[in-house]
Unconditional design. Sequence first.
Length: 203
Amino acid sequence: MKITRREFLAHSALIGGSLWLSIGVPRPRASAAAAQSTEPQVLTAEQWKTLEAITARIIPTDDVPGAREAGCVNFIDKALANEDAELRPVYEAGLPAIDAVANKKHDKPFVELTGEEQDALLAELQDGKADGWSAPVPSQQFFEAVRVQTIIGFLSDPTHGGNRDYAGWKVVGYPGSAHHRGGYTPAQMIGKERIVPVWESDD
């Protein structure tokens, strides 16, 4: 049965246990870095492209924006440079390893594979069955780190570097934190008045 993007993100957050809590964790240093620049701080240009291709398969673009439009890679890069620096070794080992697997199987790097080939390879990583994986971290650990941070980058506050133009909030129907607009009125609480989303309030 095909599930909607909203259902996928909600399901992923629920099975991730602390994922929803992670989405709301303040990242002041990463937020400041993201506000200053969308240029890579940790990732090389090649790693940025590879990671962007991976995130685009985790939350693909269809009739609604995906990870690419939401700028999830910028969120991950700034998080790795600051509050989530402990994950840097996972990315440093995993990104070249996924290209090694792609080259062994298809004679081309991950970014040059078709969407179907990328999906199949990521499924192998998730299952720990990727032929040629030689990184010192398990492929499952690498994939899970990217999956979780992609979802966080898609749904967290835009000041953290992702969720560009509120793309993730628009997809899941989240109007933004109430305190940004002075709270909900009684009529909004009981559904008699529409809750104005934060992206409309910003216009």
